[in-house]
Design a protein around this ligand. Structure first.
Ligand SMILES: CC(=O)SCCNC(=O)CCNC(=O)[C@H](O)C(C)(C)COP(=O)(O)OP(=O)(O)OC[C@H]1O[C@@H](n2cnc3c(N)ncnc32)[C@H](O)[C@@H]1OP(=O)(O)O
Length: 490
């Protein structure tokens, strides 16, 4: 899917825009561009357009997969007469935000025909998307950018970041903490969604920026047999920690056992009291890792870590140590680790554990700033006037007083999605009072999940503080216990 991801752009405000403006190569100036929802019957044409702009020639199986993905997406097409010249698709995601979760279109397959580039086609489609989001009550939108230069002008800001981490595992992993002694077990990837899904759902709210995963998303994006970018990698391996209490428990590598784990977790989610009913329960898992391996001619074998989640630092240490101990390998490469990964602190030898990359991950757009701010939980009271600039959504543009009041139970990042947010009462209303802080909507979006600081935006000259202390007060209110993180690239 990644190689087929399309891109988007801003500026054209109308849903139906004259295709005028820039010089045209092959399209007559008299044509009219129409931007409208793209029907199912046009999905094949949409794929042709996406493959054209992404220089892809997929096998039939991959094309069918993309077709299925687009079928489940919201879709916007730009038509020049009968010709399809632009496409935006949006996954119907739900993303965790501090204290809860929000519906969130996840933009993908953004494509504009080479004959129509730089004429506002992307801008027009984005304008249409924002209109649809506001009508449907979806206050945020998100994407992974193919090029970082594209999306800021549309009000997207990088709200989560990832680290690429490499561990030299030619020697034992040096740790400052004692790993958990719970047993590890390998799970058949076919059974893994039923086992990992409930765990992921339970822990998703710990960090903002995490996308809810369906079983199909697990199977087709995370646990697909052959890696899309490197066919020398092994199939996915899934190791879980926590395992069976005794030898009489079923083996979770078997489908029935995985199903039993999943059923129990689902029941616990639906009714916490249900967990009190004794049952032949496999001990719940306390962490897992998904990885692939490959041998290399001139270097020790590689463990490519796709995801590692754990309830405690000790559980995480067990999984890292397991990965480091895999025979015939000497390097773990983990892409997209959280920036506050505890490994970076509990590794005893930081020469052995190195951050080799740092990148913007999820770009977030506050399409409805007011609704988004009212939807999240806050960590401290605030009372300040924001001057927000937003070139695409006039309703966001202006001066607003944000108040976060109340003393009880500030958000610490441990609530489940959907659970009651917090006892702070938040208001966000237009005002004529002088602004304490001027900020672009993209920088507010970047800070929304608590991953970047308003004070840093001020120091970088991106936001202007008119009343000293405002940026620090807003940072304190936006703070989350864990930094946001997005592992799902789409
Ligand atoms: C979430 C994803 O799917 S990411 C994948 C993005 N898609 C791709 O990269 C596929 C190949 N590229 C394309 O299809 C197109 O060039 C797009 C979608 C990137 C841009 O579409 P266009 O219709 O040309 O954009 P549009 O004309 O609306 O441009 C609006 C503004 O963005 C700017 N812009 C467009 N593309 C880029 C870019 N790659 N880098 C920087 N600025 C850009 C334009 O110059 C314009 O600026 P202006 O308003 O100051 O003149």
């Amino acid at each position: 899917m990644d190689s087929a991801r399309p891109a988007t752009h801003p500026t054209a405000p109308q849903a139906t825009a004259p295709s005028a403006a820039a010089p045209q190569a092959t399209t007559p100036r008299t044509t009219t561009l129409t931007i409208r929802p793209l029907p199912e019957t046009d999905i094949d044409r949409a794929l042709d357009l996406a493959y054209l702009v992404f220089h892809d020639t997929p096998e039939e199986e991959k094309r069918k997969h993309h077709h299925d993905l687009l079928l489940g997406c919201d879709r916007i097409g730009a038509y020049d007469g009968d010709a399809l010249v632009g496409l935006i698709a949006a996954f119907r995601f739900t993303v965790s935000v501090p204290g809860g979760e929000l519906p969130c279109p996840g933009l993908t397959f953004v494509s504009v025909a080479p004959t129509h580039r730089r004429r506002g086609v992307l801008s027009g489609m984005i304008a249409k998307l924002y209109e649809m989001c506001r009508e449907d009550g979806r206050p945020v939108a998100a994407l992974w950018a193919s090029e970082d230069a594209i999306y800021g002008r549309f009000g997207f800001g990088p709200a989560t970041h990832g680290n690429t981490v490499e561990v030299n595992s030619e020697r034992p992993l040096a740790l400052r903490i004692t790993p958990d002694d719970g047993p590890l077990r390998l799970v058949d990837p076919a059974n893994a969604p039923a086992l990992l899904g409930p765990y992921y759902d339970r822990t998703r709210a710990d960090r903002g920026g995490r996308v809810a995963r369906s079983e199909a998303w697990w199977s087709e994006e995370w646990l697909v047999e052959e890696d899309e970018e490197d066919d020398e990698l092994s199939p996915p391996r899934v190791v879980v920690l926590g395992a069976r209490a005794d030898a009489t428990q079923p083996d979770a590598t078997q489908p029935e056992a995985a199903q039993a784990d999943a059923t129990q977790a689902a029941a616990a989610q639906a009714n916490p009291d249900a967990t009190r009913t004794p049952a032949p329960t496999p001990t719940p898992i306390t962490g897992y890792a998904v990885y692939r391996t490959k041998t290399r001619d001139d270097a020790p074998g590689l463990v490519r870590l796709d995801e590692l989640e754990a309830d405690t630092p000790q559980a995480a240490a067990t999984l890292w140590r397991y990965l480091a101990n895999i025979d015939l390998t000497g390097l773990i490469r983990a892409w997209g680790r959280p920036v506050d990964d505890p490994l970076l602190l509990f590794a005893a030898d930081r020469d052995q554990v190195r951050v080799t990359g740092h990148f913007p991950a999820l770009w977030l757009r506050l399409v409805d700033v007011r609704a988004a701010l009212l939807a999240r939980a806050w960590a401290a009271p605030a009372d300040l006037v924001l001057q927000v600039t937003d070139a695409q959504v006039p309703a966001n543009d202006g001066r607003f007083r944000l108040t976060v009041s109340g003393q009880d139970a500030p958000y610490e990042g441990t609530r489940a999605p959907g659970e009651e947010a917090d006892t702070y009462k938040t208001t966000y209303e237009p005002t004529s009072a002088p602004a304490d802080l001027t900020i672009e909507v993209r920088d507010l979006g970047a800070a929304y999940l608590g991953g970047t600081r308003i004070t840093a935006a001020v120091r970088a000259g991106l936001a202007t503080e008119h009343t000293p202390g405002t940026a620090a007060a807003l940072d304190a209110a936006l703070r989350t216990a864990h930094l946001p993180h997005t592992a799902d690239e789409f």
